[in-house]
Design a binder for this molecule. Structure first.
Ligand SMILES: Nc1ncnc2c1ncn2[C@@H]1O[C@H](COP(=O)(O)OP(=O)(O)OP(=O)(O)O)[C@@H](O)[C@H]1O
Length: 703
């Protein structure tokens, strides 16, 4: 886990008593704090303590006590596996990466420990890359010095073999390195457990005895710039710090797993240290490393000390070199730089961030709650209700970034991923009553080709666009979604009117971005509701921006910028097909009429909805309902059933509602439908229906 703090104040008094610290640093425990705030505060305070400790502002005993107190105070957050409140959820490091690997069946219980996280393949790959680099950059003599001085070879960055500190010298080194930021994580490796916390602090007496000497010796032993991994800091903050720090820590080695460490080398040179603090004082977001790595991992650890040291050695092992970034990380950084509007920290998890808000209304401070940028691998992020697992978002530098997205504004990608990409429950063909011809056609021309692109080649190739037209509430959206679900495609759903009105001046870019993201997520279905407002016939009053959006859309639809192998289907839906201009109409080759549901379909809708309710309707009554609902759309039928379902409640005395048991509510009866028919009327006029019929006969592809 990472910690980030904007400005670190260095305590002014050289000796600070525990009580003073407790007084000033435990004020945040009021009951009004949210878990997120507490988690943030927790990190910030931990940092503060560790800085004070590292600067000898407080004693080791004091630090250990404070850490223990914090662990106790915030154990609810730290230990919690709750996706909302658990501190793990705020992690943006290796743990997050690891969490992305989980699926529901894992019954994941914060079982990640420092060790098993590093066993994950994705983690090892990254570690290996860093290790290789270090090996190639570390002079053999450096390694010898380390070995000679009692530091396990494996503890030296870049040296592959792992070992646990066990020798006296190693212990001394660790104890002494209390002064060193790089030792920090061990102390707080398991803040959730006071036991582990205590035991992870080197024995006080020994530490006190050995501190000055070993501190110095460490500084001699460790190559200049030997840095700790900020396990608790935000990636962006760390990243930016990294840039700032590079000047001061010329020869520092950045040990951050994600190559974003900003922690300076802890050298004997007070000049260097001052330079470091100087930066910190100037507002640099410098990240020390004494914060907990995996709060809950202590539970899993059999030997706390071993765990502590293993955390140390692992981080050493994964250390990188300053300034090194993989190409994909560089790309990510570049993308973030381009996105000047975005807050400093927002982009990290923004693509996978809180849903449906584009981050607006969602405050993400420097410690903003982390939401994994990628879905679980089973795609069940939303309770198993998802057509297709979402592909990886491009904002997490630890994940591959699609080259195609590099020219797209991140905020647009975010919007598309969160607002337009649909993550709702899957839809089956059986969920759509009636419209048999349309369903059969769609299966044949769209779903099968998407499933078997190898067979549906050449003339059999799928169309790029289809049009569903008909009265409102007849299931066009349902069909669009069903296509996506049944063909294993990602479903993007957008209203064309929002393209033209919501993003004034940006609609054109939005169209381009939408197709680009869809291309990255293919097979994909782009459902455009009210497509008539996007593709309406050109007139004198047509606005320039509307014209540009339309042109861009047609270009994208034509696939001018796509390869022939792209599997993207545009499904347009409209209630006003007559307003679509010829150029667009021609491109939407299959124009399918989605009419009002026939009697059999209406029966299907009623039966299906009532089967989920406590209902006393018999066959005959259902037939009567179907008969009386002639001219109703699917949406009207749904509304009718909703209204009828309220009948039993309405018949209750007002006083009963507070006390009645659910099973005492009478079943929905025919009389409730009779009442419902008095308020629910068909929403489509026969005149409107004529228009659809006429247009269908002229341009439709039905029989
Ligand atoms: N054929 C159908 N089978 C089952 N339910 C239907 C059907 N048609 C409509 N519904 C019900 O009506 C609701 C609205 O349907 P949907 O949004 O798909 O209609 P639409 O044709 O896209 O409407 P609009 O043109 O107004 O966007 C659905 O969620 C569903 O409850």
């Amino acid at each position: 886990m990472y910690v980030s703090v904007s400005v670190m104040e260095t305590p002014t008094h050289s000796t600070v008593h525990l009580s003073d610290w407790q007084k000033s640093y435990f004020a945040i425990t009021s009951g009004t704090c949210t878990p997120a705030q507490k988690a943030d505060e927790y990190r910030a305070k931990i940092l503060h303590i560790q800085y004070a400790w590292a600067n000898s502002e407080i004693s080791q005993v004091c630090a250990a006590n404070l850490f223990k107190k914090y662990a106790e105070k915030y154990s609810a957050i730290i230990d919690s596996d709750n996706i909302e409140t658990g501190l793990n959820n705020y992690a943006e490091n290796i743990l997050t990466l690891a969490k992305c690997q989980q699926n529901d069946s894992d019954k994941w219980q914060s079982a990640l420990t420092t060790d098993n996280v590093f066993e994950l393949k994705c983690v090892q790959e990254r570690m290996q890359a860093g290790k290789n680099l270090q090996s190639s950059q570390m002079a053999p003599t450096d390694a010898c010095v380390l070995a000679d001085k009692g530091v396990s070879a494996s503890a030296a960055p870049g040296l592959p073999k792992l070992s646990i500190f066990s020798s006296a010298k190693e212990t001394e080194l660790c104890a002494g390195s209390a002064k060193c930021a790089s030792r920090g994580p061990e102390l707080l490796e398991h803040p959730s457990s006071s036991k582990s916390l205590q035991s992870s602090v080197p024995p006080v007496t020994k530490a006190l005895d050995t501190l000055p000497a070993s501190s110095a010796s460490l500084n001699e032993q460790v190559p200049t710039g030997f840095q700790a991994t900020p396990l608790f800091a935000s990636k962006e903050v760390a990243s930016s710090s990294s840039l700032k720090m590079s000047g001061s820590c010329r020869d520092g080695q950045n040990l951050s797993l994600s190559d974003q460490s900003a922690v300076p080398a802890w050298s004997t040179s007070s000049g260097k240290r001052k330079a470091f603090y100087g930066l910190a004082d100037e507002g640099s977001t410098v990240i020390p490393s004494l914060a907990p790595c995996q709060a809950s991992s202590s539970r899993e650890t059999s030997s706390t000390e071993t765990s502590s040291f293993s955390g140390y050695r692992n981080r050493n092992e994964e250390s990188g070199v300053p300034g090194f970034r993989t190409a994909k990380e560089q790309l990510w950084v570049d993308q973030q730089r381009k996105s000047q509007n975005l807050p400093q920290r927002a982009p990290v998890s923004s693509y996978g961030g809180v849903k449906k808000s584009l981050g607006a209304g969602r405050s993400r401070g420097p410690f903003g709650k982390f939401v994994p940028p990628v879905p679980k691998q089973d795609g069940n992020e939303n309770g198993g209700a998802q057509c297709k697992p979402r592909a990886r978002g491009p904002t997490d530098p630890s994940l591959p970034v699609d080259e195609r997205l590099k020219n797209i504004e991140p905020k647009m990608v975010e919007l598309i991923m969160h607002e337009i990409m649909d993550h709702g429950p899957p839809v089956n063909w059986d969920d759509i009553a009636g419209v048999e011809f349309a369903k059969a056609t769609i299966k044949e021309i769209v779903v099968w080709p998407m499933l078997r692109p190898d067979i549906f080649t050449g003339l059999r190739g799928p169309p790029k666009g289809i049009l569903l037209f008909g009265p409102p509430g007849t299931g066009k959206t349902l069909i669009g979604k069903c296509i996506a679900c049944q063909s294993g495609a990602t479903f993007f759903s957008i209203s064309a009117s929002s393209l033209t009105s919501k993003w004034v001046g940006e609609g054109e870019k939005m169209v381009r971005a939408l197709f680009t993201v869809a291309r990255c997520q293919q097979p994909a279905v782009i459902f455009i509701d009210e497509i008539d407002s996007l593709l309406s016939q050109r007139g004198d009053g047509e606005h320039e921006s509307s014209r540009r959006i339309k042109t861009e859309f047609l270009v994208q639809l034509d696939g001018a910028t796509t390869s022939s192998e792209d599997r993207i289907l545009v499904v347009g839906a409209t209630n006003r097909p007559q307003e679509i201009d010829e150029a667009a109409r021609r491109r939407l080759v299959k124009r399918l009429y989605i009419p009002l549901p026939e009697a059999s379909a209406r029966k299907q809708i009623v039966t299906r909805l009532m089967s989920k309710e406590h209902c006393s309707l018999n066959e005959e009554e259902i037939e009567l309902i179907v008969k009386k609902s002639s001219g109703f759309s699917g949406a009207d039928m749904t509304q009718l059933c909703r209204e009828a379902s309220l009948g039993p409640i309405r018949s209750l005395q007002s006083t009963d509602i507070a006390t009645i048991m659910p099973d005492q509510v009478r079943p929905i009866a025919f009389l409730d439908f009779e009442s419902a028919f008095r308020t629910v009327r068909p929403s489509i006029s026969s005149k409107d229906l004529e228009l659809y019929e006429t247009w269908n006969q002229t341009f439709g592809c039905g029989r």
